[in-house]
Design a protein around this ligand. Sequence first.
Ligand SMILES: NC(=O)c1ccc[n+]([C@@H]2O[C@H](COP(=O)([O-])OP(=O)(O)OC[C@H]3O[C@@H](n4cnc5c(N)ncnc54)[C@H](O)[C@@H]3O)[C@@H](O)[C@H]2O)c1
Length: 250
Amino acid sequence: MSIPAYDFTHKTGLITGATGGIGRDVARLLFDAGANLVLLDLDPGSLNALAVELGDDARVAALAGDASSPEIIDGALALTTARFGALDFVVPAAGIYPESPVTETSDELWRKVMDINLDGVFRLLRAATPVMADGGAIVNFASLAGHRGSKNHAHYAASKAGVIALTRSLAHELGHRGIRVNAVSPGTISTPMVEALVAERGESMLSGTPLNRFGNSMEVAQVAAFLCSDGASFINGETIHVNGGLFMAG
Ligand SMILES: NC(=O)c1ccc[n+]([C@@H]2O[C@H](COP(=O)([O-])OP(=O)(O)OC[C@H]3O[C@@H](n4cnc5c(N)ncnc54)[C@H](O)[C@@H]3O)[C@@H](O)[C@H]2O)c1
């Protein structure tokens, strides 16, 4: 039997991108520690499968839809309050990572990446913070790309740099309510998002990583769960790197 590291009993978490590699491990950790969950992602079948895997209907609610849409966000928050009454943790993990050199990036693609990776997080947090309980926590997902830039992913890198600035700004605004706002900044983590990249450039990427491997989604989710927990009670406005030393090593 595994003993959960944290006790999130009677707490409620809203996770977007909940059936992605990292989102589903955040869901597993929060759920195992006792939290109620509202799961939001695009595909109803995958959401249903995750809800079944978690196995407790009473503590899980799911909504399929675009996490950057104001209507879907309102729907997710209405579902949260109807089912659980309060909202303690918000973890916006939805994101996209299309490959495109700057000179080949259309306005439409640039806007789409910004819309999902940055604007959607802003819209979700703008709507969620008024209904969040004081003392809650927000954990955003930035990326190494947001610090360093990323070849053929300028739109993505710019969106993640925006997430870092949004995180810090919101930490200033919500501190008086005891709501902490932090971000996790993963390096290369083996999830569907980076499958193509790893297949193409995996070997060369590993050479710059002192731990000489890619991370796994649970190694990122654990940091997100920690940032939700009382163990992180004085961590606020930070962006925590999870990259096996790639950032430091350069
Ligand atoms: N995997 C990595 O190496 C890595 C590195 C740095 C940052 N990140 C970030 O971590 C977060 C999670 O990434 P992941 O690796 O789990 O990716 P993933 O592709 O496995 O999961 C992303 C999830 O987001 C969902 N999604 C995409 N657009 C959506 C939308 N408009 N509405 C609702 N859901 C949507 C997808 O359906 C998918 O389930 C992302 O923000 C990503 O940018 C990942």
